[in-house]
Every structure is written in C-alpha cells, then in structure tokens.
Ligand binder design. Sequence first.
Ligand code: PBG
Length: 343
Amino acid sequence: MDAEGKGMSLTELFRPRTTVDLSKRPRRLRGSAAMRDLVREHTVRISSLVQPLFVADEGQTKGEIPSMPGIYRYSVDAAASETRELQALGIRAVLLFGVPDFKDAVASSAHDPHGVVQRAIRAIKAAVPEMLVVADLCNCEYTDHGHCGILDERGDVDNDATLEVLGRTALSYAEAGVDVIAPSDMMDGRVAYLRATLDASGYPALPIMSYAVKFASAFYGPFREAVDSMPQFGDRRTYQMDPPNGREAVREALLDIDEGADIVMVKPAMAYLDLIRAVSEVSEVPVACYNVSGEYAMVKAAALNGWIDEERIVDELLVAFVRAGADIIITYFAKSHAQRHQR
Ligand code: PBG
C-alpha cells in the first residue's frame, strides 16, 4: 500500500489497529473525585447567581405559583426577609418583578413612587444593604392589555412613547435606591435613552443591565402566569426577537453595548447556548444569561415526577451556562443551588 492509502479497500483502510496506543488515555484524569476536581475547567460561583423575586401588592400576594413549584409572590415585607435568607446563603443579587393591584393602558403604576417595586427596593436595601437590588424595567406587568409598551391608535406598540414611560419608571427606581436597572421591553434605542435620562438626573453611576438579546419565546409561559402579564391580544413578536436569528442576536448585543449597556443579557438560556457563546466572544462588557420560567418549570415537573435527578440536572445546566461564556446567571434555582452547595 502507498502512504495515501491508494489502492486499499475500505475494509482494509478502516480496519482497527490490533494494538491500542496506550499513550493516549484521557481516562487517566477521570480516575478519582480529587483528580476530576483538579482538572475541572469551569465552576459556578454562588456570587454570580441572581435570584428573581416577585413582589406583589397586598391584593396580589398568593402562595406558590402553580407552574413554578418553590417560587412565590411575596409581599414587600416577605421579600425583605427572603432577601435576608439569600444573603446568608451567599447570594449577592436579586432581580425584582412587580405584581401591582392597579393596571391601566399607560402603565401608570409602574412609575408610582409608592409602587410595589419602589417600596420593595427601599425595604430590601434597608433590611440587607449589601444585597444588590436589580429592578426589571418593563411595562407589561402594569398595562391592562399586557403588552410591554404603550399602544398607538392602531394597537401597535409605540416605540418612543414607551421610552418616555420607561425613563420615568427608571428614575423612580433610582430614587428608591436601586443598584441596577434592567430594561426588558426590547424597544429600539432604550439603552441610550435611559443612559441619557439617568445621567441628566444625577444618576451617572447607576448601571444598566440590558436584556439585549431577548427572544419571543414560549419559555416565558409560567412567568406570565406569575405576574399576570399575558398579552390580551396579539403577541410580542413585533418587539422581541425571532428565535431562528443568531446573527441578529450579536448585532443587538453590540448595539446595546454601543448605547452604553454595562451588562448585556441573553434570554432564554438553555436553547440559546450558542448565542451566549457568540455574544461573550464579542462583548467588551459582562454577559448575563436568563434561565427563564419555562426552563425552571420543565426541570421541576420532571423532577417531581421522579424522572430526573434535579440536583444533578441543575448542576449540569448552570455549569453549561458558564462554559458557554456567561458571567452572570439569573435563575430561579439560585437559592436551592446555594443551599445544596453550602460548605
Ligand atoms: C418582562 C419580562 C418577561 C420575562 C422577564 N421580563 C416576560 C415577557 O417578556 O413576556 C420572562 C422571565 C421568565 O420567563 O422567567 N417583559
């Protein structure tokens, strides 16, 4: 036979060698727990996890969210004591979502200085000053039609009218003492608009974590049950991204960084690991990913049925987000993961 294998039959060409080359043995580094620990490439730091919290006005507090076992709507006081527990477990940040009593077409209760999120920010910062309080900034929990923006006479989301409301709400969160603003509405130009608004009002040091790459995803179903934000008509496809588009995701992230985002987020996480990787490769700022409600619900449902091992599944998922390039992980599993990994 010649060097290129010319003239050999396929069977000859692919015949296994009779002797295994024992110098190539990847299993050498898998032989014990200590060895596996020694060569482990990635770890999930508890301090990079963010726990989402639903804070509800009096009339809206209720027990567990049916599609999210272990997740609750808290009153303002209960949210503050929950935060104390999270702090004791080593969690450094919470992400607040409001469930208000009052909704109207223009999201008035979003920028009420005594609104539920504004009160929760004050209560949590008073109870646990070291906890980073991130506030999700969006209108969908506060509009009676359930859309993330203000609607024009045709029922379409009016981009610039929405920015104004977002700006007012961001300032009311800033005044309440929030540590990070996290716009999740997907309006065009909102990061630049919010940066300018905050800077002009004496908050140049307040960071913006942008939901830069946010898809119109079916994985948000349980969340919408949690906060009653299901659109009353239509869907969010005219402002959230189309799931098949990856190149556009990178472009959205770069746009937001250009507009002044301090952190960019990819959401959801499990079905978008490729985009966490792509964004982390080009981003000059930290990258967050959001392991969303539907992802939590799937794991919980299977675990409660005894079909999967929740603890191992969660460990595997969280480290996959880190391996993909996420610096920050927003996850409903933050608390239970921290509880299991306390030393
Ligand atoms: C608000 C918002 C949503 C989520 C975070 N912020 C819902 C949506 O866009 O419909 C989803 C979070 C989750 O599913 O856990 N716009």
